[in-house]
Ligand binder design. Structure first.
Ligand code: DOR
Ligand code: ZN
Ligand code: ZN
Length: 412
């Protein structure tokens, strides 16, 4: 497709990787960032030929957001979501890269399955995550090197943990050898759903990663017990990264009374919520991911006990995080951009994303933070409506999303 030269003008460009926070002009050409202009700052060279100018006065102009953790339900469960609707929801939320968990039907456990998904990405950079074991059955390891060669960005057993420690050690050794990270759902089965269960499995896998040299990224961390340990591990020099999701810093377990507030791990105590915010501040947590987990209305509107686990998040993550963390005064905007873009890019080992640097992919998200609005699930691009944030007043509506130089979402 033909990529026009674009100039995103009059917005506030924020990029912690560049140390940039300035009002000015961002120029995009041939799918790359080609120049940045602001008072006292001139990077790169202006594009040759005609430039389409898009003025976004007062808006935030950020590197495209990166979500390390989504469920697109494709193939096999496409009544919940599919590749098209998932990618459209991502674009509508300002996300230009997402990592798709392998718990689909059939499980993403072969090079062929990874390659097929990779080819079907629509508009944005949708990266398959391969399973750790065949069929996610916990016994036979997948071929880490082959999955990586086919385009998998990570290996994960998400939806569950690998219960057998020796299988996990074998898988981590192979992942380390192949140079592919492990995205770890940490849940000790015999303590399922508890804070201790999350922390126990995180501890086991920290030890196995230390021993094998695997690059370990801990998914959806929700409990103070886990965060205390991750903090200590980082202080001791363990190479580990960790994510949380917006619902874990906005809601505590008193809200866990209806299906749209049910997910795994579950909402925790008010003390856990405070400790998640503290960990976002002090660097114990590296990323905010959504764990976007769409389900049908029937699967969620059947009472808390019967409802399936999972909530959607792609179209609410930025406004909810901006409102609850930045506007509330817990973290500066540059830290939020690091948590949602620069750090996830580093975890994926991709230096050409998560930044507005000259030469980077032209992945850009533009948000209006001047006007509040109410979250309205009926307007979502996702097939899912299972959000706990319906009706919430937030700031940070997406105005424009550009992926590799192509406009993939524009607020009308
Ligand atoms: O809430 C969740 N939903 N947690 C998981 O671990 C899996 C996910 C899903 O696939 O629905
Ligand atoms: Zn999980
Ligand atoms: Zn998940």
């Amino acid at each position: 497709m033909n990529k026009p030269n674009l100039c995103i003008a009059l917005g506030r460009m924020v990029d912690p990787a560049l140390g940039l926070d300035a009002v000015g002009e961002l120029y995009l050409a041939e799918g790359r960032v080609c120049a940045v202009r602001a008072e006292g700052l001139s990077l790169g060279a202006l594009p040759e030929g005609a430039v389409e100018r898009i003025e976004v006065p007062g808006a935030l102009v950020l590197p495209g957001l990166i979500d390390l953790h989504v469920h697109f339900r494709d193939p096999g469960l496409t009544y919940k979501e599919d590749m098209e609707s998932g990618c459209a929801a991502a674009a509508a939320g300002g996300f230009t890269t997402v990592c798709m968990m392998p718990n689909v039907k059939p499980v993403t456990d072969t090079a062929e399955a990874v390659a097929a998904l990779r080819r079907r990405a629509s508009g944005i950079n949708a990266l398959p995550v391969g399973a750790i074991t065949m069929g996610q059955k916990g016994t036979a390891c997948t071929n880490a090197a082959a999955l990586k060669a086919a385009g998998a960005c990570a290996l994960s057993e998400d939806g569950r943990s690998v219960a057998d420690a020796s299988v996990m050690r074998t898988a981590m050794a192979a992942a380390a050898e192949a140079g592919i990270p492990i995205f770890d759902h940490t849940e000790e089965d015999t303590l399922a759903g508890t804070a201790a269960g999350e922390a126990c499995m995180a501890a086991r896998d920290l030890i196995l990663a230390r021993e094998t040299g695997a690059a370990l990224h801990l998914c959806h961390i929700s409990a103070k017990l886990s965060l205390d340990m991750i903090r200590a591990a980082k202080a001791a020099g363990y190479e580990v990264t960790a994510e949380t999701a917006p619902h874990y810093f906005v809601f505590d377990q008193t809200r866990a009374t209806e299906g749209n507030f049910k997910m795994n791990p579950p909402l925790r105590t008010a003390e856990d919520v405070l400790s998640v915010i503290e960990a976002l501040q002090d660097g114990t947590l590296d990323a905010i991911a959504t764990d976007h987990a769409p389900h049908s209305a029937e699967e969620k509107e059947c009472g808390y006990a019967k409802a399936l686990n999972g909530v959607i998040g792609l179209e609410t993550a930025f406004p909810v995080s901006y409102t609850a963390l930045v506007r509330a005064g817990h973290i500066p905007l540059s830290r939020l951009v690091a948590l949602m873009s620069a750090n996830p890019a580093a975890i994926l080992g991709d230096p050409l994303r998560g930044t507005l640097s000259v030469g980077a992919h032209a992945d850009v998200a533009v948000f209006d933070v001047a006007h509040p609005y109410h979250i309205a699930p009926a307007s979502f691009r996702s097939k899912g409506r299972n959000t706990p944030f319906a009706g919430m007043e937030v700031y940070g509506k997406t105005r424009l999303t550009i992926a590799e130089g192509q406009i993939v979402y524009q607020d009308t």
